[in-house]
Ligand binder design. Sequence first.
Ligand code: KG4
Ligand code: ZN
Length: 335
Amino acid sequence: MPLLAIESSCDETAVAIYGKSSSSDNNGLLASLISSQIELHKDLGGVVPELASRNHTQRISPLVAEALEKAGLGAQEIDAFAATGGPGLASSLTVGHSFAKGLALAAKKPFLSVNHMEGHLLSPFVGEEQIPPHLALIVSGGHTLLIRVRLVGDYQLLGQTLDDAAGEAFDKVAKMLELPYPGGPEIEKLAKTGDPTAFDFPRSMLNENNLDFSFSGLKTSVLYTLKKLPNPRERLPDLCASFQAAVFEVLIAKALRAARREKLSLVTLSGGVSCNATLREQLSAACHEEGLTFRSSPPSLSTDNAAMIAFAAYHRLRAGQTSSLSTDIDPNLKL
Ligand code: KG4
Ligand code: ZN
């Protein structure tokens, strides 16, 4: 049952083909290609929507052709087409969504419009037939969410950021420290040789009895600290390690609080920030200590990719769901 999915919600054009087959030894992924636009936006300090959508338009057709070739399939052998319908940048979403609808129309096959956050949410399970009940922590560039998952499609939002997303805080702090875009991996690299206790940055909302987050105060605190330092460049590793520690302490404490409160024994981590090995190790250790099982999306499926979109579409299709060809994108789509 090969299914082709396109992801184009931000600055990665991605195409994946998912379907259990005897020749597939990669969790059912027959192809998963990502064409990153990072180089294009790097010197501009962030994603420029107009540039991003024009670039998706250029890259999408060759990437679909390459994915089909890699999977050894013709377009007529694909049984369903999917694309990210939101949330994301409107002009970027439109490219992949319209392209997938066109492919579905031409092939007379079902179309599925997929929520990008559902893709992240299910990414720790790619290749599996059953999604167990669990507590999901999704940490990406646009979202920080704690979600109770009962089964595919039954999601309860328990907590979220009230201002900046965790990844957004990484990117903004990296910009202050004059590190290249995207900031998350740069901060992780520098933090490796820094002291996480060197600066006592605030742990916002840590002691409030809720499951929400706030990272904008932390960002401001880094800025004030930076202004007071005579040679901030010499303290980059310590600044990065201390900033990271402040973000992760709150994420981990609230994820565990949520799991305890909801009596869930499985905790998952996904989204771009879950690429960070320190976060994965610390959350894993904290879960272990509490007797909880921990799963993270593999790093290759943590940042934006189409494999997670194909996988979410696969489960929706299995549940008998499809989307109409008149389905529109929604830049603010909620889970
Ligand atoms: O999930 P994603 O690729 O895109 C969104 O849906 O937003 O997440 C991108 C975010 C960026 O903010 C990036 O800085 C962050 O993930 N990120 C990291 C790391 N790798 C990517 N943050 C911390 N450590 C990393 N290693
Ligand atoms: Zn994402």
